[in-house]
Design a binder for this molecule. Structure first.
Ligand code: HEC
Ligand code: HEC
Length: 328
């Protein structure tokens, strides 16, 4: 079985910053579903290779930002687990994003997008950063015109879509690439499929805590370690008052302070953590949960202080680290 991982992306990003030649990342084009991920991904793997390659090229190309300095990969950096290594990310003209850039792995399994779930489809999602003034600040019509004026892109769009660049084809190419960023085949997956030696004693103990006393599985559930639902953990709450979170989208009081449960796959690579990047390390995250999240008026009913020894906390961190894709 071929190993699907992001390591190829990581190596290239360090070589050549944001602009990476498109045909040098074979890993994302492999034909097998990584161990631990569901068969429903078969459709994703059937996307035409040329379309994924075009999306990959666009993802790493700063042509989609107004001053040609920022690519998608500037904030979703392969060297940082497809997230940013800083709490907030830098866009054009020194702007800072309002939230932490999420790790965009296994988004093919996503039910909604953004920390507050305000975007319904990946095709819709991938166009937003281009026009967002804090990110790439390029009007979509201008982005399309730039691609149409570029001989190489014009030829590639014609070959893939039999059409000129447009919002729709741009969205399709980017979304097809993002869907191929799959992370599975971690030591935890190998342990669960019978390779008892895949996890150390400490990692096994952490897995047990995650499934029992830690209660992490209640929200970080299923093959992608997320329920794709929204919960108030209290990150960002001030004096017991949570941030609006999903309430700003639904205007439903029950949603006050709720943010989308992120995947835990490859989480070791994507520090800092939480929607505001306020927790620097996995040990900080575990300590946050040990205290039951941060008190606030809409704290999720599943969160309360957890009785964990220091050693237990270390084991939970070891387990989280063991959720990283196998690296060759
Ligand atoms: C300047 C930094 C920056 C750039 C550039 C950027 N993003 Fe993002 N991205 C973010 C931030 C921050 C969020 C979360 C925003 C929120 O939830 O309010 C995000 C969210 C996302 C999500 C949603 C993930 C999820 O799980 O909900 C996807 C997918 C995504 N970006 C893809 C892209 C693509 C494709 C590009 C290039 C066209 C891109 N991003 C460019 C910072 C950036
Ligand atoms: C009530 C649901 C719930 C439970 C239980 C829960 N989490 Fe979370 N988790 C979330 C939500 C929601 C976020 C995002 C919070 C935010 O940023 O506002 C999150 C964020 C995280 C992150 C940060 C990931 C990233 O990419 O930023 C980690 C790591 C994490 N949780 C691990 C755990 C562990 C370990 C446990 C068990 C001790 C646990 N969670 C229990 C819902 C939950």
């Amino acid at each position: 079985m071929r190993i699907v991982g992001l390591i190829g992306l990581a190596l290239l990003a360090t070589q050549d910053g944001a602009s990476v030649p498109p045909d040098t990342l074979p890993e994302v084009l492999t034909a097998t579903i990584p161990l631990g991920l569901p068969e429903s991904l078969a459709d994703v793997l059937r996307a035409p290779v040329a379309e994924v390659a075009l999306g990959r090229r666009l993802f790493f190309d700063p042509i989609l930002s107004i001053d040609r300095t920022i690519a998608c990969a500037s904030c979703h950096d392969p060297a940082h687990g497809m997230a940013s290594g800083t709490a907030l990310s830098s866009g054009v003209h020194g702007a800072r994003t309002l939230r932490n850039a999420p790790a965009i792995v296994n988004r093919a399994l996503g039910a909604s997008f953004m920390w507050d779930g305000r975007v319904a489809t990946l095709e819709e999602q991938v166009l937003q950063p281009i026009a967002n003034e804090l990110e790439m600040d390029l009007a979509l019509d201008d982005a399309v015109a730039r691609l149409a004026a570029d001989d190489a892109y014009r030829a590639e769009f014609a070959a893939v879509f039999s059409a000129a660049p447009s919002r729709a084809t741009l969205a399709n190419a980017l979304a097809s690439f993002v869907r191929r960023l799959l992370s599975g085949d971690s030591p935890v997956d190998r342990f669960r499929t019978g390779d008892i030696g895949a996890l150390s004693q400490a990692e096994r103990s952490g897995l047990w805590l995650y499934e029992s006393r830690g209660g992490c599985w209640r929200c970080h559930s299923g093959p992608n370690f997320t329920d794709e639902a929204f919960h108030t953990t209290g990150v960002g709450a001030q004096d017991g008052v949570p941030e609006p979170g999903r309430f700003a989208i639904t205007r439903d009081e029950a949603d006050r302070g709720r943010f989308k449960t992120p995947t835990l796959r490859d989480v070791a690579a994507s520090a800092p953590y939480m929607h505001d990047g306020s927790l620097a390390t996995l040990a900080d995250v575990v300590e946050f949960y040990r205290q039951g999240g941060r008190p606030n008026s809409n704290l999720d009913a599943h969160l309360r202080p957890i009785d964990l020894s220091d050693e237990d906390a270390e084991h939970l961190v070891a387990f989280l680290r063991a959720l990283s894709a196998r690296r060759p």
